[in-house]
Design a protein around this ligand. Structure first.
Ligand code: FAD
Ligand code: DLZ
Ligand code: SF4
Length: 516
């Protein structure tokens, strides 16, 4: 696989660990007879945040598989393994080392998905051409043109344009079924006793087994378990996960999209985000496979539309926002939240059953589905006033699919409202009642979801009001939040005082590191 061989002058073609697609723009621009593909496993990428070990293993194993495929297809691949003694352990360092070895004086790259790396490539002493990453439906310039002059960026309008552009679920100029959005039929609470096929598990092959041992050795102390690693690491595995989802889970995707069950971490979610994010599957092929199921009458429109909206809608929209907002986006802190991330996010004991499950599952699988991320861990962090940059670093490190272009707008924007409304029109703040409606977490919890005050009150109930009151000036102007403040104003004065006093006590205990 590692074949620097007899170097001749040519260009270096950089392929990063989340660019594993033979149709990558940098590869399309390359000449296999003259150029050298550079792929590098480096400590810098594994530690710029302390990634979950499963995420590091996924990326390294998928890189090794992909490099093997490229070499078999006739490419010259200079592949640096993490434990190569000469490895400089950074992308820029490895490019310079390979330039020395091959005599190449130029690098062709596909633009990385993170400002940090784009900057590192710009700062190289060699000329680096960064080509557009055209694995997306909406090119950067198209999003910028769409956004220009709009007072607000809202998903729904962008999504409709992407439907028209791709022709997905279109009936001429009209949306299939007469509506753009079928969410009204979705978002049901999950039924615990329903039979669901087990989530797919791809057994590690020899390459992955070697990587798992390497990661265990080199990244000790990173939060997360390597046990049970079953993520697809090549295209074949990714296609298996896709067909498992299409067959078994897509029909109920809409119904179960927002539901949470403590014994079923995946429900009808697809687990396809890592495959798309590292290049093993294209977003359009996934959407077309889902559309075909509806056309064949095997999946209902509400499920297929909901699924496709997440991909050509949200996934494309948040990437556009990330690129439009620029490199300072992850420092945004619209609500001036300054508390440190509590230890419970790193697995310290908590009596809150919802958080305990969401974090425990994250530790074990490097996965939690959207509502667990948004309405449990994200909601709690926002209500408790946690510094959004710390929250962002947590999400970027713990999830199998976390790459900054998609993670940051979801965290800073959608879940923490730290961008002041670029991604969402209002904060996703909710009390315990929402979690209770959508999950089976509350029954066995030490706290009582119906209690609004007192020693057993659900902390989400206390913190919800504390948050709303803390930010009254900023939020009361939002017409959708008017009724919330009217409810508060009608509440008995003594009760309001108790709620805020108890919320304050809870936050002080959280800050002191007590088990809450
Ligand atoms: P499914 O529920 O099966 O959805 C299908 C696909 O739709 C996903 O694979 C994904 O590609 C796309 N999708 C769904 N929701 C979103 C969304 N909000 N933004 C972008 N794409 C979406 N997604 C990531 O890919 N990487 C991240 O780092 C990431 N961080 C997040 C952080 C927070 C705080 C929140 C609230 C959400 C985050 N998401 C992220 C979005 C979403 O939670 C995941 O895409 C989803 O849970 C992945 O699991 P799945 O493939 O089973 O998704
Ligand atoms: C996430 C990751 C990790 C853990 N390791 C590597 C690596 O060793 N080599 C590499 O090329 N890429 C890695 N990546 C992915 C990069 O961090 C990713 O390309 C950037 O975050 C941009 O999206
Ligand atoms: Fe979470 Fe509150 Fe329900 Fe407990 S009662 S699981 S803390 S929402």
């Amino acid at each position: 696989m590692v074949n620097v061989g007899s170097p001749e002058k040519g260009r270096l073609i950089l392929v990063l660990g989340d660019q594993l697609n033979p149709d990558l723009s940098a590869l399309r621009a390359a000449d296999p007879a003259r150029d050298t593909v550079v792929m590098a496993e480096v400590m810098a990428e594994g530690t710029y945040v302390r990634h979950h070990p499963q995420k590091i293993a996924l990326v390294l194993s998928a890189m090794r598989h992909f490099a093997g495929d490229l070499a078999a297809a006739g490419w010259r691949v200079a592949y640096s393994r993490l434990d190569d003694p000469d490895n400089t352990q950074s992308i820029a360092g490895e490019l310079l080392r390979r330039a020395d070895q091959t005599g190449a004086v130029e690098v062709i790259a596909t633009r990385p998905g993170e400002w940090r790396l784009m900057q590192a490539l710009d700062d190289m002493p060699l000329p680096v051409t960064q080509l557009a990453d055209d694995r997306f439906v909406c090119p950067e310039a198209e999003f910028a043109a769409w956004a220009a002059g709009r007072k607000e960026l809202r998903l729904e309008w962008f999504y409709r344009d992407m439907r028209r552009k791709t022709g997905l679920l279109m009936d001429g100029d009209a949306p299939a079924g007469g509506k753009w959005n079928f969410d009204h039929d979705n978002r049901k609470a999950a039924k615990a006793d329903l039979f669901r096929p087990k989530a797919p598990h791809i057994p590690p092959d020899a390459v992955t087994a070697e990587v798992l041992a390497l990661v265990a050795d080199r990244f000790p102390g990173h939060f997360g378990s390597l046990q049970g690693f079953g993520w697809p690491v090549d295209r074949g595995g990714a296609l298996k996960v896709l067909s498992h989802f299409i067959r078994h889970a897509l029909p109920s995707f809409g119904d179960e999209q927002d539901a949470m069950l403590q014994d079923d971490p995946v429900l009808s979610h697809s687990l396809l985000s890592p495959c798309m994010n590292i290049g093993l599957l294209s977003p359009l092929e996934v959407c077309r496979a889902a559309e075909a199921e509806w056309q064949a009458g095997r999946a209902p429109l509400n499920a297929v539309e909901g699924f496709i909206r997440q991909i050509i809608g949200w996934r494309e929209f948040v990437r556009g926002v990330y690129l439009l907002a620029g490199p300072d986006y992850t420092r945004k802190n619209h609500l001036n939240a300054t508390r440190d991330l509590p230890a419970l996010y790193w697995g310290a004991k908590t009596q809150m059953n919802c958080l305990s499950h969401a974090v425990g599952q994250t530790r074990d699988m490097a996965y939690a589905h959207h509502i667990q991320r948004l309405m449990v861990t994200g909601n709690f962090a926002m209500l408790a006033g946690i510094d959004p940059h710390q929250v962002h670093e947590w999400y970027l490190s713990v999830y199998i699919d976390a790459f900054e272009w998609v993670e940051a707008p979801n965290t800073i924007g959608m879940s923490q409202f730290a961008d002041g409304g670029m991604v969402g029109s209002k904060p996703y703040a909710a009390s315990g009642a929402y979690i209770n409606r959508m999950s089976d977490y509350c029954g066995p919890c030490r706290y009582r979801v119906a209690e609004k005050t007192g020693p057993d009150a659900c902390p989400f109930n206390l913190l919800y009001w504390d948050f709303m009151l803390r930010h009254r000036e900023a939020l009361a102007r939002n017409p959708r939040l008017g009724p919330v403040y009217r409810t508060w104003d009608k509440m008995d004065a003594a009760r309001r005082e108790t709620v805020l006093a108890e919320a304050g006590q809870f936050l002080r205990r959280l800050e002191a590191g007590e088990t809450v």
